[in-house]
Design a protein around this ligand. Structure first.
Ligand code: TYD
Ligand code: MG
Length: 459
């Protein structure tokens, strides 16, 4: 029997230390270290202490390819992010801030699937059955045949799931409420989380049920975050959005059975999440067309083009160090873009406060947004509105060159579909493009963008 000793485990990154400290030395998180009981000895020694191993047999790589069977949930946006639907026997982690709508999303998916006759189990450790029922009533799903439970004890859950015919889908909301007597740590700690998650995942693999684990992203470290079980599951989805905005984006960051970087867009309404199948139209819906400081970016999210407005505000600063604030984009990219504008194009922004915002609460990750961000900045600085029928995309390098980006045709098609007539694009990529519906303004230097604006009239 292994000796039990104390260890201090960071609930944010999983680092183990011998002493408690206020700040984790490995990830820098404050107040995230909690005392846990662990078997003594190195993990490797503990793992093989049980005795002799059994011989395993190896296989070849050459097997008949089998496509993972898919079970569509009936929510097209969710299925898109999953890569076509749920894969039997797989485990999906759905992470996100508390209150973002994870329970709503999964209850809707559970109900849709249950209405097709599939057996769906929804285990809510966070809410009482009455609360879940109230939500179901609000969503108009009170009569969906979902099996609702509130069990949080791992052994009871596994026993229950094993006692009847395996459900098609098991939803655990949330994985941080699970606990097991055989794990010597408080519920919500890393040790509990890992132990319970891995037990449920192996149960799902054995039974063929799809397991969905809900995990709250936590800031204070009192309960462990979903990051620590990302490596165990097959698919990791994050549900994000800005509080105060009704748009929610479901993003796939890991998927063993499908593409990553795919997004699903939802709108949070009073009667639940509504799928948005034309996100571009939504993100551009309340555009202020003739105000200076905005530009439309023709972006790509996974396989789907998305048009979104980038807003900038440039104003003379009263402070010694001007302010730079960004929402929805990488602050480092903004800093780089400002430096390039200053050094290569003579656009002086050093004594200006700069604010940049991506409309609708979307978070952009593509470098292709550089050109649109630059257009919004120049437009705000010069007081000249960018032409309302123009979209922008292209990556800006430190030399001031505008570089080609991928998926040019999809971006342009989406822009044309939404009524845009002109696109400012990288010159390198525009040679072999026959524009039928949309006129191109190819530029090779960021300077050319500044020149485009100098010919425009002031508002
Ligand atoms: P919830 O699904 O409980 O979030 P999570 O499980 O991620 O913590 O959703 C919480 C928010 O969603 C709550 O503030 C209310 C809002 N909401 C709606 O706006 N409309 C609805 O129909 C529902 C069910 C929730
Ligand atoms: Mg919830």
């Amino acid at each position: 029997m292994a000796k039990i000793s104390k260890a201090y485990v960071c609930q944010a990154c999983g680092a183990v230390t011998a002493r408690w400290s206020g700040k984790c030395a490995s990830c820098g998180e404050w107040n995230s270290i909690i005392e846990e009981q662990t078997p003594s000895g190195s993990p490797a020694l503990v793992a093989i202490r049980g005795g002799k191993g059994r011989l395993t047999s190896f296989e070849t790589l050459a097997a008949a390819p089998i496509d993972a069977p898919r079970l569509p949930t009936g929510m097209a946006e969710l299925d898109r992010v999953l890569g076509g639907g749920l894969v039997p026997g797989s485990a999906v982690l759905v992470g996100g801030d508390p209150g973002i709508g994870k329970s709503t999303l999964l209850l809707q998916a559970a109900a849709k699937l249950a209405q097709t006759g599939a057996r769906v189990v929804y285990l809510s450790g966070e809410e009482a059955p009455a609360q879940v029922r109230m939500r179901a009533a609000r969503l108009g799903l009170a009569h969906a045949p979902v099996a609702l439970g509130t069990e949080t004890n791992l052994a009871n859950i596994v026993a229950t799931l094993g006692s009847t015919v395996s459900p098609v889908l098991v939803i655990i909301d949330s994985v941080q409420t699970l606990w097991s007597e055989s794990v010597e740590a408080a519920p919500g700690t890393i040790t509990q989380l890992r132990g319970c998650a891995s037990a449920l995942i192996s149960h799902a693999k054995g039974s063929g049920s799809t397991l969905v684990l809900v995990g709250h992203v936590t800031k204070d470290g009192q309960i462990a975050g979903p990051k620590v079980i990302e490596h165990m599951v097959d698919t990791v989805l994050y549900f994000e959005g800005l509080s105060g905005h009704q748009f929610r984006v479901l993003r796939s960051v890991k998927n063993r059975f499908g593409p990553t970087d795919e997004i699903g867009v939802f709108e949070m309404r009073s009667d639940g999440l509504k799928e948005v199948d034309n996100p571009s139209a939504l993100f551009l819906s309340d555009r202020d067309r003739d105000a200076p400081g905005t530009a439309v970016f023709a972006g790509m999210e996974g396989t789907r083009p998305i048009l979104v407005e980038i807003q900038a505000l440039v104003a003379p600063s009263l402070l010694g160090t001007p302010r730079r604030a960004v929402v929805g984009w990488d602050p480092n990219r903004l800093a780089m873009l400002l430096a390039v504008l200053e050094a290569r194009c003579g656009v002086r922004l050093g004594s200006h406060d700069v604010y940049l915002n991506v409309a609708g609460g979307l978070r952009l990750q593509e470098p292709a947004a550089d050109l649109a961000a630059a257009a919004a900045l120049i437009s705000s600085l010069t007081g000249k509105p960018a032409p309302e029928d123009t979209v922008y995309f292209g990556e800006v390098s430190l030399t001031g060159a505008v570089r080609a980006v991928g998926h040019m045709d999809q971006r342009l098609k989406e822009a044309a579909k939404l009524g845009f007539a002109r696109a400012v694009v990288p010159a390198v990529a525009s040679d072999n493009w026959e524009a039928k519906d949309i006129r191109l303004s190819p530029i090779s230097q960021l300077d050319d963008l500044v020149a485009l604006f100098s010919t425009l009239p002031v508002e």
